[in-house]
Write a protein that binds this ligand. Structure first.
Ligand SMILES: NC(=O)C1=CN([C@@H]2O[C@H](COP(=O)(O)OP(=O)(O)OC[C@H]3O[C@@H](n4cnc5c(N)ncnc54)[C@H](O)[C@@H]3O)[C@@H](O)[C@H]2O)C=CC1
Ligand SMILES: O=C(O)C(=O)COP(=O)(O)O
Length: 314
């Protein structure tokens, strides 16, 4: 196929050269990641594009959808899509898909990495050992195995985490909109009840208004002074001010965050905050997950432009 005959795709996500080359075998890809260039490209060449490739962080606004008159498909690379105006797209009859499950294994691994690092105190121990410290100066450290694990969200990521938790003899409870009868875990009908039961609370929920600050001071205090909270879902689910206050007051034992409010800026309140471990939204950042997301985009867009059914339609 010549470039002229390939469907034109506006990519507002950053992809490797290898992934772009793979996409370009099938599509005429224009990359516009920087905000100014993205805006100019849409204003000046909006009519060219039949598909937009975006992700949870970049989204796609209603006014951009309006400025893309020939758009028929929006593909979200990755899982979260709260910044894509799905309602505005649907109103125009535009199909929206996401990369459901593309990064669930990677995010689950990352949630476990945060949990183990936090509970065993790995960053503190590393600094301690480098300064010549030795174990005789330390109290015995807590273990992860056997602790009650509360999952907020029992979707693709929650279920991956639950499977891994079984290998560590962790009883699993969860809070989600609907009980999942096939999942061998106890459903809790409120976050508060789950937090009061759990010793480690892992958040794997989408962002948006429905989950905004679902984990606030009350839930954290219910988790208690020996409890840990891990967030690999969206920063907006955990109330930052309440979390930092609880950490300073030792009302919870620790927090591990891959996502946080206001990212990518590092919250000033996190400076000098005790027992807090932060990673820069890399929970889903692996070659395997990125390969999956590109494969899903290509497969879905090929299906769309040849009139076949798609997967992961929102
Ligand atoms: N840290 C990272 O890099 C990544 C973060 N994520 C985030 O994790 C989220 C979850 O991912 P998946 O498990 O793959 O999604 P999923 O769609 O398979 O599962 C979402 C779960 O959340 C529950 N849920 C949704 N809205 C709810 C509400 N208002 N109240 C209670 N429960 C609710 C659903 O019932 C379901 O159990 C994504 O939406 C995304 O925001 C996803 C991938 C990577
Ligand atoms: O897949 C997801 O939801 C993720 O959080 C990965 O990050 P992104 O959305 O691509 O900014």
């Amino acid at each position: 196929m010549t470039t002229a005959s390939k469907p034109a795709v506006l990519a507002i996500t950053r992809n490797s050269d290898a992934h772009l080359a793979w996409m370009r075998e099938h599509f005429d890809i224009t990359v516009a990641v920087e905000p100014d260039f993205r805006q100019r490209t849409i204003e000046q060449h909006g009519a060219r594009f039949r598909c937009v490739l975006t992700n949870g962080s970049e989204g796609l606004h209603a006014d951009e959808i309006t400025a893309l008159p020939n758009l028929t498909l929006v593909c979200v690379q990755g899982t979260g899509y709260e910044k894509v105006d799905v309602a505005a797209a649907r109103q125009r009859g535009i199909t929206v898909t996401n990369g459901a499950s593309s990064n669930a294994i990677t995010v689950s691994d990352h949630a476990f990495a945060l949990m183990f690092s936090l509970v065993r105190g790995i960053p503190m121990l590393d600094a301690f050992a480098r300064q010549g410290g030795w174990r005789s100066q330390l109290q015995p450290l807590p273990i992860v195995s056997g602790r009650r694990l509360g999952l907020c969200g029992m979707g693709a990521i929650g279920q991956c985490i639950a499977r891994r938790a079984a290998a560590f003899d962790m009883p699993v409870g969860y809070f989600s909109r609907n009980p999942k009868p096939d999942v061998p875990a106890t459903h809790f009908s409120s976050v508060m009840a789950l937090a009061a039961w759990a010793e480690v609370l892992i958040v794997a929920l989408p962002g948006g208004m429905a989950t905004h600050h679902l984990i606030g001071g009350d839930a954290l205090r219910a988790l208690g002074s020996k409890g840990y909270v891990i967030n690999v879902g969206r920063g907006s689910v955990v109330d930052t001010v309440a979390l930092v206050a609880c950490l300073h007051a030792s009302e919870i034992a620790g927090a591990g965050l891959d996502v946080y409010e206001g990212e990518p800026a590092f919250p000033a309140a996190f400076e000098n905050c005790p027992n807090l471990l932060v990673t820069p939204h890399v929970g889903g950042w692996s070659q395997e997950a990125l390969d999956n997301s590109v494969r899903m985009f290509i497969d879905n867009a090929l299906r769309h432009f040849s009139g076949r059914p798609l997967t992961g339609v929102l």
